[in-house]
Design a protein around this ligand. Structure first.
Ligand code: PAF
Length: 274
């Protein structure tokens, strides 16, 4: 990959990067399609990064479908996409540990509270991928909105020469946010899971007239009635700082964030509120 990138750079080719953990779905393909429009070549990295998992069972069960992923990418382009699917040793060179980062507090909110060391793992792998691929731009989905904000912070703080492009959440027709983990949902849970987005949409309407606290209480009461879904958190936060809203201010942009367990599968989603 390093040699391939050197050759592309020598020919002044513009390179886009779509980092993934594989088990590609339509949401990933939309990122790749967007990248194909703006770059001469697009590198899709497929790597289940061990350092961002705090749950060894989740890491073990994470779907791995490399051949199918490559076949899907070939439907988008036969010659503009490069797949980078390294081994753990290629990336970590025998030391599978994270660097430790300061993301100005963004890392302590939401996912950071529930997934120990997660964002150090994400920061480590994304920084490493940027060093190897040297992309002009890199594409990330807004489903992991906190991750997107943290990667923007990583680029700003480390002065990395890459433009970060955030792309809208891709949803199944049921409204469920696309995720590689959805393939692991048993039928009853798959049927229950669209309740997450349905609730987010109603929460958005309620936020027009009610306080963040009242909306949060309402969401919690709705999930208490759902036997198959266990709410981990629902938070209304300032988009820039990711801090929970205490009092609504006109000039701020807010977003609601949610994490829910469907069986042992953790699903996250979010919605822009204004
Ligand atoms: O969003 C993901 O799939 C992962 O967190 C990423 C950005 C590919 C890093 O492993």
């Amino acid at each position: 990959m390093i040699k391939a990138i050197e050759l592309l750079k020598a020919k002044s080719q513009i390179v886009g990067l779509v980092p993934t953990m594989g088990a590609l779905h339509a949401g990933h393909l939309a990122l790749v399609e967007r990248a194909l429009k703006k770059n001469d070549r697009v590198v899709v990295s497929i790597f289940v990064n061990p350092t961002q998992f705090d749950n060894s069972d989740d890491l073990k069960k994470y779907p791995r479908t490399l051949e199918k992923d490559v076949a899907l990418l070939q439907t988008l382009s036969k010659d503009k996409i490069l797949v980078y699917a390294p081994t753990v040793d290629d990336v970590y060179e025998g030391k599978t540990v994270s660097e430790s980062f300061d993301f100005d507090g963004l890392e302590f909110e939401m996912e950071g509270r529930f997934r120990n060391g997660h964002f150090d793992g994400v920061g480590t792998i994304v920084k490493r991928l940027f060093e190897i691929i040297k992309p002009d731009s890199a594409y990330f989905g807004e489903k992991d909105f906190q991750q997107l904000q943290i990667i923007k912070k990583l680029v700003e703080k480390h002065d990395l020469p890459v433009t970060i492009v955030g792309c809208p959440i891709y949803r199944e027709t049921s409204g469920l946010a696309m995720s590689s983990r959805n393939t692991r949902l048993k039928p009853a849970y798959k049927k229950a899971a669209p309740f997450i987005y349905k609730t987010l949409k109603t929460a958005k309407i309620k936020f027009g007239t009610k306080s963040a606290n009242k909306v949060t209480e309402w969401v919690e009461s709705q999930f208490a009635k759902q036997p198959l879904l266990k709410l981990e958190y629902f938070i209304i936060a300032d988009e820039a700082t990711l801090k929970t809203v205490k009092r609504k201010l006109n000039k701020k942009t807010y977003r609601a964030f949610i994490a829910v367990y469907a069986d042992d599968i953790r699903l996250i989603d979010n919605i822009a509120l204004n």
